[in-house]
Design a protein around this ligand. Sequence first.
Ligand code: CTP
Length: 380
Amino acid sequence: MEIYLVGGAVRDRLLGLGVKDRDWVVVGATPEQMLDAGFKQVGKDFPVFLHPDSGEEYALARTERKSGKGYTGFDFYANPEVTLEEDLCRRDLTINAIAEDSEGNLVDPYGGQQDLQQRLLRHVSPAFSEDPLRVLRVARFAARFASLGFHIAPETLELMRELSAGDELSHLTAERVWQEFERALATQSPITFIEVLNAVGACEQLLAELCELDTTDAKQRSAALAARSSTAEQQFALLLAIATQNEGDKRAIDSIEALCRRLKSPNRYRDLALQLRRWHNALAGFESLTAIDQLQLIKQLDLLRRPERLAQLRPCVEALHLDLEITAPTLEPLLERLRTLSPQELMAEGFSGKALGEELERRQLAICAGLAAGNQSPDA
Ligand code: CTP
């Protein structure tokens, strides 16, 4: 049997990038030989095995034939006769279809190295169209490699358009769509992902809420957020705040909730997006709020107990309000002062029940109003 390194590991090394996962392809072996060598089979029918020591994926060279709709509708044909070239031919992009043998020699039958040099995302063969997930994958690679100057070949864009025009995308599961979107959000150029989906007519079906995004403006804000070393959650929240900025609050919230429900996004993504959309104007103009509104915002966001929320929201607010100088962090010192108020002390002073709550709020408001000037009571 012959074993080759394939896919992202070869591509990223040739681009001079760090390699995370390594995928291997095995030519000329049977499942029995793999099991005898100590490999563990991943699925019952799937010709993929895990290495007994490294845990890395070793797939038997295979050809695929479409047998149904969507991402899962495939018949595999894995057989010791299947050649490396045949296996590489069923892959999505030429830059992902380069193999490397144990001596470091590259096998590149479809011009992957040349496309890497020319910064081209180009499909390997018509088999590209057998997997609709590839529309999302190519959009994600375009986002990931945007800063390196990569673009999508016109003939590949055409196949992506054809795939999007049919009903194939509707067979993708929410999990697969979310997985690609989430990975795109973690790239340097998440907006490129949306731009590509729009360009091939897939955005309306998959991420309708983001179709109308002003991508030039969004790119500027997304880059400003990335410059503050952002997370995928923050980029998600920013994108949705921009996309819903011209909608009334209720519609905007409904639209964010609908998208998160449909994509089954983790709650932490949804919560941050909702908090940002609801409160970014108040946070940006915090100094000019009344004491009552300041305290309401602090309570709604639970900032006294959850300071990490402010750390997450602040860079997003700054990216949304690029024209404002939000340099004076009045909120943090205010939170510090509010935290010095303790219900226990009020109890020691004789307050209890409803009166305790009222007195606490009165003192909190006094601090917000700046009346206390270091004391805890406006009357002090
Ligand atoms: N592949 C494919 N079509 C898919 C998924 C995967 O052709 N829908 C092939 C590609 O050759 C790809 C390889 O399988 O390079 C490994 O897939 P995966 O690990 O998902 O992606 P990587 O290319 O390794 O990229 P990443 O760095 O994003 O993991």
